[in-house]
Design a protein around this ligand. Structure first.
Ligand SMILES: *[C@@H]1O[C@H](CO)[C@@H](O)[C@H](O)[C@H]1NC(C)=O
Length: 439
């Protein structure tokens, strides 16, 4: 690993003596209001898993603004030589890597670092363009090497050029030569602003393993190809509370982190339960969802669930989400939105939400699957007003309804709400995903 040698002076002892396990701290940022998150699953999650229909009405946004926010977990990456830094979201639900291009002149692009290929001596352009539709993905896979016409001009879309350059993370702990990525040059339908979470992140680093990803060979496959991992395994720990991410000791990371080449025993309480990945041919981190239940109401199902660190909630089919949310006394925020709210005061009395992956059982408590309005939101009102609001304060159910196309083969998405409770482990060698109660 020559890259490790070249920066050995910068490495902490812990990393130098445990070359097989590389730890990378993830930054956690709270995204205040739900209208941001609405943009998000509108454009990012729906792009990956769903079919957008009724919820596409922008007039609805205002109605969500009093509801709770969620968090983003991001990491700095460097692209090019000399390196250009981008703060990207880590998403196991996609295999693409993209950042804004200096060729992009939209106001949204200008708010972010922009990759300038002429300024990097190690850059190589690739043929073709990439195109990431923001809705209904499984009906039309776009690949950068396939020329495609405009037969599907979907609303909300990112497009641009594809190239290869040096990617490094952790200040050079890992350096990949010739990493393919997409430079976003154009956006349609506000796709970029929402994909960048209203300006909170600069791009997305997909941890999927689809060799035909829209922006070229994925990061994870390159790590393996270039022999940069002791084992083709990685783990993700997402901290439960904001404060957890402060005060790292030397060599250890207390807060949210990504480990490459191994798993971190410090962030789990029990052994990992493993589940076979079901859609290996598609390069997707999916597992079998067998059933879920709330009290005595159990739903036996048989389908694939995507495990996505880049998705804030748990998405089920619209029908199932409706059933579950009715049971907890939550009502849809507006018809067809797929989002549900309930009075915060009922949270302590809620039943556990039980999930069966294969035959293993996982449980989320009421306060784990219902999100409170963030303190950021609270700060806007003073004493008496705050008291009044607390009494009838509404919380957001993290179980949302989404349309899944038949072609996608997917019927659920498990995101950060689940991973704050369960450490998640991804094994590319044996095609397994594992979970263990996080500590
Ligand atoms: C990109 O870099 C080149 C070479 O350094 C420079 O001449 C050009 O102005 C840059 N373009 C933008 C849009 O910043």
């Amino acid at each position: 690993m020559k890259s490790t040698l070249s920066v050995v002076g910068l490495l902490s002892l812990a990393i130098a003596t445990q070359a097989e396990l590389m730890r990378f701290k993830l930054q956690r940022t709270n995204v205040g209001y739900l209208h941001s998150s609405f943009h998000e699953y509108d454009d990012l999650a729906q792009k990956e898993f769903g079919k957008l229909s009724r919820s596409h009405d922008h007039r609805n946004y205002g109605q969500f603004s009093h509801l709770g926010g969620h968090d983003l977990y991001t990491m700095d990456i460097s692209l090019g030589s000399p390196g250009h830094i981008f703060n990207v979201q880590i998403a196991t639900g996609t295999s693409s890597l993209w950042v804004p291009s200096s060729k992009c002149s939209s106001p949204t692009c200008r708010l972010h670092p922009q990759f300038n290929s002429s300024a990097s001596w190690s850059f190589h352009p690739l043929e073709g363009r990439f195109n990431i539709p923001t809705s209904n993905p499984y009906n039309h896979h776009h690949h950068h090497h396939h020329h495609h016409s405009c037969e599907q001009r979907v609303k909300g879309e990112l497009s641009g050029t594809v190239g290869e350059d040096t990617l490094s993370i952790g200040g050079g702990v890992i350096e990949i030569l010739g990493q393919s990525f997409g430079e976003v040059v154009q956006e349609h339908g506000g796709g970029l602003k929402s994909a960048l979470r209203d300006g909170q992140v600069d791009g997305v680093l997909g941890l999927g393993f689809d060799a035909r990803a829209a922006t070229g060979r994925p990061f994870l496959l390159n790590l393996v190809d270039q022999d940069l991992l002791q084992r083709a395994v990685f783990g993700v720990y997402l901290s439960r509370h904001d404060g957890d991410d402060e005060g790292d000791d030397e060599g250890t990371i207390r807060g949210s982190q990504l480990t490459l080449g191994g798993l971190d025993p410090a962030h789990r309480l029990v052994d990992i339960q493993w589940h076979e990945v079901t859609r290996t041919a598609q390069g997707q981190w999916t597992i079998e969802l067998t059933a879920f239940a709330l009290r005595r109401e159990a739903f036996e199902i048989d389908g694939q669930a995507v495990i996505d660190t880049g998705f804030p909630y748990i998405a089920l089919t619209r029908y199932q989400a409706e059933m579950i949310n009715l049971q907890i006394g939550a009502s849809e925020t507006s018809p067809g939105s797929g989002m549900y709210e309930l009075p915060c005061r009922s949270v302590p009395t809620l039943f556990d939400f039980i999930i069966l992956f294969g035959l293993e059982e996982y449980q989320l408590k009421g306060h784990e699957y219902v999100l409170r309005p963030t303190s950021k939101d609270d700060g806007r009102s003073g004493g008496a007003e705050r008291l009044r609001r607390t009494r009838k304060e509404m919380c957001q159910s993290a179980i949302m309804g989404m349309d899944f196309s038949k072609e996608s083969g997917v019927i659920a998405v498990f995101g950060q709400v689940f991973m704050r409770k369960y450490y998640s482990a991804y094994d590319l060698e044996d095609h397994k995903i594992g979970f263990a109660l996080a500590s």
